[in-house]
Ligand binder design. Structure first.
Ligand code: UD1
Length: 361
């Protein structure tokens, strides 16, 4: 029996951890899993709602660290997580993604001599101004098992000198959540609630510090969204960081449909029906790839090149490029075009992750 602590902290962690927890609970002879929530995200809309939507059990430990600078947040997670590891004595600490909770808990476990498995290892934007890139590099460098989602991850890790036997290509566990919840999401009334009916619309999410933290970046982007909204409504569930910056800079968003951050099922119901998506999220690039929904990623780079190679994703680097790409999409025939789905994005990654952990121990 393997004792596992799985760490969640921020919104993009929940849909990766849920299928792994569920699979471990289906295999009680092999796994005893406990959930640790760092509390990096704490609003109902950013956290508790996801537990409910995804059927994640209540956390066994809630560290309640909340917001702060990166140093404060990382340090608080480390201080609060250390006694949990000491008392629980897990065989493995499983961390997912690239947020501050990921690196902080991996570091604690590693220093205590507990094995670390990193789910979604090896992704690289090669842009060290991104906090997530630092988190990815550090976490991978101290992990004992590196579970990858796409071939670029395997290559990046080999290139960084990680020994090949630690690298396990298991596919994309976030797609497990997507596959499991597509039917359930059809019961959501989010489109009706927004009065969208059969009308075409686009979905927008934006929260990266590089896009939202300065007026110089944010204002021209919002102007571009305003211009695009002349051709179709843009639904914009606003992240708390972005909401604060829009208010601080008094930016006029009256032509966009701003809504509160949505739960997992409502958001899936919304973007799965969108004509196209505009985003700077990591996960949404993958989810739209799986569903064949055109995605304009408002970033200089992506750590998920598979979404561009085989998927429906394209990078747009500035407001002019964004408007051009949106026009091109709107001028082309409507419809979603599922291209080939990347290897092992098949809804069965959690099973492979559990198999790897069981085999390695
Ligand atoms: C974090 C992750 C990012 C991920 C994103 C998803 C890091 C470095 N970044 O960024 O990779 O894409 O989550 O959302 O870990 N806030 C609230 N309520 C909450 C959470 C945050 O109001 O429940 C506000 C706080 O004012 C906080 C700000 O949002 O200062 C930013 O939160 P934080 O957790 O620092 O980073 P995110 O921008 O959410």
């Amino acid at each position: 029996m393997l004792k596992i602590l799985i760490i969640v902290g921020a919104r993009p962690n929940f849909m990766k951890a849920a299928p792994i927890c569920a699979e471990m609970r289906r295999r009680p002879d092999e796994f005893d899993v406990k959930i640790v929530h760092t509390g990096q995200h704490y609003d109902t809309a950013m956290s508790a709602g996801f537990f409910k939507d995804l059927g994640l059990p209540e956390p066994d430990h809630n560290l309640g660290v909340g917001s702060g600078t990166h140093t404060e947040q990382t340090a608080r997670i480390m201080l609060a997580f250390e006694p949990v590891v000491i008392s629980e004595k897990p065989d493995w600490v499983v961390v997912v993604g690239d947020v501050n909770s990921t690196v902080a808990s991996a570091l604690v476990a590693s220093k205590l001599g507990v094995k670390v498995a990193h789910v979604e290892a090896g992704l690289r934007s090669f842009d060290r101004t991104m906090p997530e890139e630092i988190n990815r590099i550090l976490t991978d460098s101290i992990s004992d098992m590196l579970l990858t989602t796409e071939e670029s991850g395997n290559e990046n890790l080999r290139h960084e000198g990680i020994s090949p036997e630690k690298i396990k290509f298991v596919g994309n566990v976030m797609i497990d959540s997507l596959v499991q919840n597509l039917e359930r999401a059809k019961q959501s009334d989010v489109l009706g609630g927004l009065g969208l009916g059969s009308q075409e619309f686009a979905v927008l999410t934006l929260h990266r510090p590089s896009n939202v933290d300065t007026r110089e970046k944010l204002e021209p982007l919002v102007q571009a969204f305003n211009d695009i909204s002349e051709r179709l409504p843009i639904i914009f569930p606003v992240h708390p960081r972005t909401r604060a910056k829009l208010d601080e800079f008094s930016i006029d968003t009256s032509r966009l449909r701003l809504v509160e951050p949505l739960g997992y099922l409502d958001f899936l119901a919304l973007y799965s029906q969108a004509r196209f998506v505009m985003t700077d999220s990591g996960g949404l690039q993958e989810e739209t790839t799986y569903l064949g929904i055109p995605c304009l990623t408002i970033r200089e780079n992506t750590e998920r090149p598979m979404t561009i190679e085989v998927g429906t994703n394209q990078l747009v680097k500035d407001p002019i490029g964004l408007k051009r790409a949106a026009s091109n999409l709107l001028d082309s025939a409507a419809g979603h075009t599922p291209k080939s789905i990347p290897p092992l994005w098949d809804g069965k990654a959690a099973g492979r992750i559990c198999d790897e952990l069981a085999n390695a121990s």
